[in-house]
Design a protein around this ligand. Sequence first.
Ligand code: UT7
Length: 312
Amino acid sequence: MKRAGILGIGHYVPERVVTNHDLEEILDTSHDWIVSRTGIKERRIAADDMNTSDLASRAALAAIEHAGIGVDEIDLIIVATSTPDYHVFPSVACLVQEKIKARTVGAMDVSAACSGFVYAMILAKQFIETGANQRVLVVGAEKMSKKLNWKDRNTAVLFGDGAGAVVMGPVSSDRGILSFDMGADGSGANQLVIQDYLEMNGREVYKFAVRQMPQTIMNVMDKAGFSIEDIDFLIPHQANTRIIDNAREKLGIPADKISITVDKYGNTSGATIPLSLAEEVNLGKIKDGDLLVLVGFGGGLTWGSIALRWGT
Ligand code: UT7
């Protein structure tokens, strides 16, 4: 059987850097508090005339180029986002289709907050492995800045804007997605909400994250038939370095095998995982045959992980 894998990857972040010191000017906060509680030093904030679909389209075109295919080969578009251009519809995926000039193929958004990109990849895998699709564009893109209450120091300092994308398709049987694990606990739905603006019960979400993230990593490795020591690189959702450190210590994964980009980009929700993976690929840290684990967790409450053998 052909497995679904990643054929190409790309990312895009807005040019404007907003440092913690910049936020000290508008909020009762400090660089030291933000760094010590979250690991975040700066984040990117998109210009007013750049919406989520613009970020998504740039990342998508980079991924398509990296895959070495034409835009016209894309046969399905899935965008994971919690900050769509429009409140309800059209989906960001439809806007991306038009902006990158893809064919009139199916296009839809996935709403699973910070787990959205992992959920979307798991969806794409089903279409690819049934033979229904050959070249699926999967994007994680967020303009979090438009959904932040810039007077609320509890949340405004945590998030940023950005996008990452992959082209997925069939790969050889010893590469691609080996296993996945996904779940949701709607009893925690009110802990992290976007109505007009993002509101979060940080402490409760933190407790959920430190419990669920190591668990889903163990589950996905178990399903793949491998142990934690077999992980070559972990790409975790980037919410807070303390959550990542906690999982690292619990599971005994060396720090140099874990991607950290939250320091530069903050929490870009559905975009953190493809953004981090793209950066590690660009840095040459991920080699053909490496066993990667992608893991997301967040609003819903949701979680999801993928064990993936890198390469085609
Ligand atoms: O991506 C989706 C998943 N999201 C997450 O995983 C986020 C999970 N939560 C967290 O990462 C952490 O809970 C936060 C980073 C959001 C907060 O860290 P914390 O250590 O849980 O802080 P706290 O909320 O318990 O607040 C500690 C203190 C409070 O003051 P008092 O009540 O102790 O006097 C806050 O008012 O820090 C205060 N505080 C701040 N101080 C300076 C909260 N935000 C700030 C701030 N600057 N920006």
